[in-house]
Design a protein around this ligand. Structure first.
Ligand code: FES
Length: 250
């Protein structure tokens, strides 16, 4: 088959729903959103000591470790931070938006030095994404534990707005984490036959499940980023007495 095929009727009729938006909108959004989140995360992790308003734990502080004068966020925030920084989707987003490297497909890049890809400092660290995934899975486990405890009001079951926010957050984070490209490869990669054994069939099922999440990985990434910030802001407003948690306790 020839490599360059004329567009078929079906393919030419598929419209990119974003084509009506100006070209600069997406990179501008990425730069603004990631910068705001980055500044906010630094402020929370290094300059704040409180992230717990019973029974809610901020996702930046989970698991809650208090040792000496070191802010609790320092012990845990490195894992999700490394996970997002090395995420395949975020790599595409920040390389294109912050560095124009490249700005988009088939667009010439600004002149720069020798291209070494991710074989040299600092981008070589992007190759450790799989290990960041392992660490983040552990943290997501703690966040599920926190989300369950968020419905426990001194031994009585209750539903508060904070519990709903923490539960939503961990669902979105799980969708993001378990739709990871590295996890998809772990589930179904390096298999020549999906049906040749019980283990291979189980891996195929897992791979199909991960693929469902992986298809919308970018949306899970943004939704979970917003939910992490939102959950922390809500707890901080409770701590400051600005808000009161509406709750219904049995
Ligand atoms: S590729 Fe995005 S979290 Fe792994």
């Amino acid at each position: 088959m020839a490599l360059s095929q004329p567009a078929t009727a079906a393919s030419s009729s598929v419209r990119n729903p974003y084509s009506v938006l100006p070209n600069w909108l997406y990179p501008a959004f990425v730069v603004v959103a990631l910068s705001l989140f980055g500044f906010y995360a630094v402020w929370v992790v290094f300059f704040q000591n409180q992230g717990y308003y019973a029974p809610y734990v901020s996702p930046f502080y989970s698991p809650l470790i208090t040792v000496g004068p070191i802010p609790p966020g320092v012990w845990v925030a490195w894992a999700p931070l490394a996970f997002r920084l090395t995420c395949y989707y975020y790599r595409k987003a920040y390389f294109r938006s912050f560095f124009w490297h490249p700005r988009s497909c088939a667009v010439p890049e600004p002149k720069r030095g020798k291209y070494r890809g991710e074989t040299a400092f600092p981008w070589i660290f992007n190759n450790f994404h799989r290990f960041a995934f392992y660490a983040t899975v552990v943290q997501v486990g703690f966040l599920w534990f926190d989300a369950v405890l968020a419905f426990d009001f001194g031994g009585r079951f209750g539903v508060g707005l904070g519990g709903v926010i923490l539960l939503t957050n961990v669902i979105l984070l799980s969708g993001y984490t378990f739709g990871c490209h590295a996890f998809r490869h772990l589930a179904g990669g390096e298999l020549d036959c999906f049906s040749c054994s019980l283990a291979a069939r189980a891996r195929h099922k897992l791979w199909k499940g991960v693929t469902v999440l992986n298809i919308k990985h970018d949306r899970w990434a943004w939704a979970s980023l917003l939910s992490v910030a939102g959950a922390d802001i809500y707890i901080r407003l409770l701590l400051a007495g600005v808000l009161h948690d509406p709750r219904w306790v049995i």
